[in-house]
Design a protein around this ligand. Structure first.
Ligand code: GLP
Length: 252
């Protein structure tokens, strides 16, 4: 079944982030009222920064509590220590976790420092932990210019699971803006698979700026193909793209 993902076009990233953060706050409060946890899939990169900023504001100014939230991050670079300035562990703590009341034991981020010999079992355990938490209620995504979601680069199959992945040169080049040089960007990562992501009950993908416009068009209006893993979202019954006007500028 192909159900075209919903698309929201906002004047700027802050406006889109505000809407998505408010929707998440409603979900957390609704589930809390039923004594249910909210299981979140979280993303890194430049894109979700305004969204995390808004969640911090909802916590500090409106008392939104994250005590009932269980989080699973999409991915982590292999070989970066947690405290490395570009590790996704550090990113998440600096951008969000250090500023809210989430219970530390409820935070899950793949560990890119585990021994090579046990990496595969670490990935399998990550999948099991998501299942044992009841599955992801809301998965937050960005999108890479290659069409990647998480770090699932072109060629990844629709049913892939959390695993070790190779980063494309385009992705390493793009992410080198956060490092001193491209040589410092790891070549591998652990990433939830496309199948893991598509199992989420609800998916929200954010994209900003005209450099994302071509890939947003391919993801939403191109063929469903592993050449553009984000196009798999066309098969998800409850996926929405939150865009600014520039990222939506090539849509029909
Ligand atoms: C990163 C992350 C993705 C992210 C994407 C886009 O490397 N692994 O989860 O969505 O690439 O990044 P940005 O938001 O910085 O454009």
């Amino acid at each position: 079944m192909t159900s075209i993902p919903g698309t929201q076009v906002h004047p700027d990233p802050a406006a889109a982030a505000h809407v998505l953060a408010t929707e998440l706050a409603d979900l957390i409060m609704l589930r809390e009222a039923k004594s249910l946890p909210t299981v979140l899939g979280l993303a890194t990169g430049g894109t979700p920064i305004p969204f995390y900023q808004e969640l911090r504001r909802l916590h500090s100014e409106h008392g939104l509590s994250f005590k009932g939230v269980i989080s699973f991050n999409l991915d982590e670079y292999i070989g970066l220590d947690r405290q490395h300035p570009q590790s996704y562990w550090r990113f998440m703590h600096e951008q969000l976790f250090d500023h809210i009341d989430i219970i530390p034991e409820n935070i899950h981020i793949p560990d890119g420092t585990v021994d090579e010999l046990v990496l595969r079992s670490h990935c399998a355990a990550y999948e099991r932990t998501i299942k044992n938490a009841g599955g992801i209620d809301l998965q937050i995504l960005g999108i890479g210019t290659t069409g990647h979601i998480g770090f699932n680069e072109p060629g990844t199959t629709r049913d892939s699971r959390t695993d070790i992945v190779d980063l494309t040169e385009e992705t390493r080049m793009s992410n080198s803006r956060f490092f001193d040089s491209i040589d410092e960007v790891p070549t591998k990562a652990i990433s939830m698979g496309c199948g893991t992501i598509l199992d989420a009950k609800q998916i929200a993908l954010m994209a900003w700026g005209e450099q994302k416009a071509p890939v947003v068009r391919r993801a939403l209006q191109g063929p469903v193909t592993s050449d553009c893993p984000a196009s798999f979202l066309q098969d998800h019954p409850n996926a929405t793209f939150y865009l600014d006007e520039a990222a939506a500028s090539q849509l029909d």
